[in-house]
Design a protein around this ligand. Sequence first.
Ligand SMILES: Nc1ncnc2c1ncn2[C@@H]1O[C@H](COP(=O)(O)OP(=O)(O)OP(=O)(O)O)[C@@H](O)[C@H]1O
Length: 269
Amino acid sequence: MLVVTNLCKTYGKDQDAVETIRDMSLRIERGQFVCVVGPSGAGKTTLLRCLTGLLPVSGGSVRLNDAEVTSPPAEMAVVFQDYSRSLMPWLTVATNVGLPLRNKIRDSRVRRARVEEALEQVGLGGFGSRYPWQLSGGMQQRVAIARGLAYQPEILLMDEPYASVDAQTRADLEDLILRIRAEAGLTVVLVTHDIDEAVYLADRVVVLSKRPATVLRDITVDLPLPRDQVATKSLARFAELRSTVFQLIRGGDRSFEDPAEFAVGQTQR
Ligand SMILES: Nc1ncnc2c1ncn2[C@@H]1O[C@H](COP(=O)(O)OP(=O)(O)OP(=O)(O)O)[C@@H](O)[C@H]1O
């Protein structure tokens, strides 16, 4: 279980101080899929980085299974938006995926098997000897996801993981993560700008206020599982939830006067 208690984060000091997160508390149960949304610049990425321990908090705490998180815990894997920066172009796909396993699995045969299994999971079995630049953007993001999965984490944190791919690939990757989550019983925390994506994927949507971010609303998504891109999005309840989230974000940040400014079913970055 991931527990955030009275989290505060301020960048800089004195007149340069940027208060980004104020007194935020959140509890994420094992196996839950939680999407975090909020106005641009609210502090979503900052929150995610605090959850990983990559960024020191200014106050409060983050605890994973009762242990304080001060650096990325072994149970956690992170997938960032920009696969072109997170994959090493001079290494093969298999080496990229196996990189974080070097210290965890000493036996290279076992490591190779784990890498191949993770590539199979994301539909890239047999692509291990290719280089990232030989693959499409969507395939490269799959490699980044495989790298997280190969680690067999208990919790996967994802920051706008699908923002750089086209709409069809995005839908495929959304379904991929839902399937993997169901198979592996993973806990997932995913930051997104896309309200449709958040409602489609999540068990809970956490809506942040504008900066300094607090939890504006924590919404349970009571849509049936398994989700389906067409059937789920056609439900009246889906439209209702999407509209609730949209209004909260809009109300939380008056600068979004034009709904087209914000992503309702579209990729925005
Ligand atoms: N290293 C930093 N130093 C100072 N301020 C920072 C730093 N990183 C982020 N900020 C500020 O903190 C605030 C929150 O940034 P963050 O990237 O967490 O927001 P976000 O909600 O993820 O934004 P977006 O929706 O645009 O991706 C912004 O005002 C940003 O300028």
